[in-house]
Design a binder for this molecule. Sequence first.
Ligand code: ZN
Length: 311
Amino acid sequence: MKKIFNSITVFAIAAFFLAACGSAPSKEDGGLNVLASTTFLADIAQNVAGDRAQVESLLPVGADPHTYQAAPSDVAKIAESNVLILNGVEYEHFIETLLENAGGERLVIEATIGLTPHKMEEHAAEAESAEGHDHEAGDPHMWLDPNLVIAYVENIRDGLSQADSEGAEIYKSNADAYIAQLKDLDNWIVEQVNTIPAERRLLVTNHEAMGYFAERYGFEVTGSVIPSFSSNAAPSAQEMASLIDEIKRLGAPAIFLDTADNNVLAQQIADETGVMIVDDLHLESLTEGAPAPTYIEMMKDNVSKIVEALK
Ligand SMILES: [Zn+2]
């Protein structure tokens, strides 16, 4: 156990990490058993795996990874996997204990390896460390920019090819096809955002989830109700007051919440500013069926709701 735990600290800087003894997963026991931490990652990975492997999600639909409490059955799911796909940038705060308890060997693919995370601004970082939260790794929400998801796909393709070299050609061709879809998605988002007047391209979110999206598509992030990269935090009265001032000063039209978010604080801000609340984005989980059963549909649904509120 000790050895496994020590190795886990290494995987944050390694593209691929073979737990314990370092041998590649064998296919003798029935092929690849691929587990992804959360629903949108499982969908992205399934597009790369194609018919060659079924990718399951550890977290159920609707779960917020930031506040997720691991269930006892999660240990068994991880124990059965021989490939585990994580977002990384400390998004999976619950994973170390699960890996430790599951034991065994598996290839861990960190989808964001090679990407450089945004860091928290100084004042907020101080507030977070004072509360004992650990977000030194930076902003994990890179999947909200489809261009960065291309890197996810490449990392997943390379990892699956390492775990199952006989499938490498298939993974490459599946990855190429999905990357083309991601480029189409990016073009579609640009077209949609172009219908919003430039001065109204302002985002107020529940927590700081949309920094990469804003950077790619030319939005300004006016602020967030919870000034943290995690929904698992709370604003001070002073932070609430300064957000209200910013919304009034810039005339931000709307606050955007994930469907899983508590809307009490956003409602207080709306009462003081008259800003509209859009409370049905899907930023951290797919949905069972419409409107966000896949990553691409999740992004289209979010963008449609943002455009509708701001244009
Ligand atoms: Zn988040």
